[in-house]
Design a protein around this ligand. Structure first.
Ligand SMILES: CC(C)(COP(=O)(O)OP(=O)(O)OC[C@H]1O[C@@H](n2cnc3c(N)ncnc32)[C@H](O)[C@@H]1OP(=O)(O)O)[C@@H](O)C(=O)NCCC(=O)NCCS
Length: 160
């Protein structure tokens, strides 16, 4: 089940984020992550309505999250699902909730970066209508000193 996140959900969403960051291959975030500081920051964002977040629940636990941070008509998207729950349609369901909200808000587009090796994420984004907008060599430095390439993708929502 996908639903809007409340402030009470923030610790569990931070735990999902940390677990996925620990895999070191899918998201930009890297360990060490200060859990308390992150909870404080996510809670403030949710409470202030600066960003919008949804969670996916399964077996009574939060197993995934997706967030949109709107600015200047564009919403930047981030999402993460625990390893054991991937490939079961949860990402698609969370994405549909986020896109519906962005459309209802009258936003112009949703934008994101993805690593070129993240085939499953790219498949999901293409499936829901995102297009590749650019290939960015050596775009993000990792903590181990490597510089990773990135692909920017966008879903344009307005027609004019
Ligand atoms: C990327 C992620 C959000 C996708 O969510 P998901 O729930 O696993 O994806 P879904 O089950 O909804 O599948 C979406 C599409 O991905 C593709 N897909 C699913 N499993 C796949 C696999 N093992 N390999 C390649 N593509 C796959 C399919 O095209 C699928 O659509 P379909 O089932 O209608 O054919 C999720 O896997 C995840 O959190 N990964 C780690 C964190 C991450 O990569 N975040 C995004 C950073 S940019």
């Amino acid at each position: 089940m996908v639903r809007e996140a409340h402030v009470d959900d923030v610790p569990a969403t931070v735990d999902v984020y940390i677990a996925v960051a620990a895999e070191r291959q899918w998201i930009g975030g890297e360990l060490p992550i200060d859990r308390d500081e992150r909870i404080e920051r996510f809670s403030a964002t949710v409470a202030a309505g600066d960003g919008q977040m949804w969670v996916a629940e399964a077996d009574g636990e939060i197993v995934g999250m997706i967030s949109l941070h709107p600015q200047r008509g564009r919403a930047d998207l981030g999402m993460a699902i625990l390893d054991a729950w991937r490939g079961r349609g949860i990402g698609t369901a969370m994405m549909e909730a986020a896109i519906a909200w962005a459309r209802a808000q009258g936003l112009d587009k949703i934008a994101l970066y993805v690593w070129p090796h993240n085939e499953r994420a790219i498949k999901l984004y293409e499936k829901v209508g995102f297009s590749g907008e650019g290939y960015h060599p050596k775009h993000f430095r990792r903590k181990n000193g490597e510089a990773w390439d990135a692909i920017s993708m966008g879903l344009v929502l307005r027609q004019d």
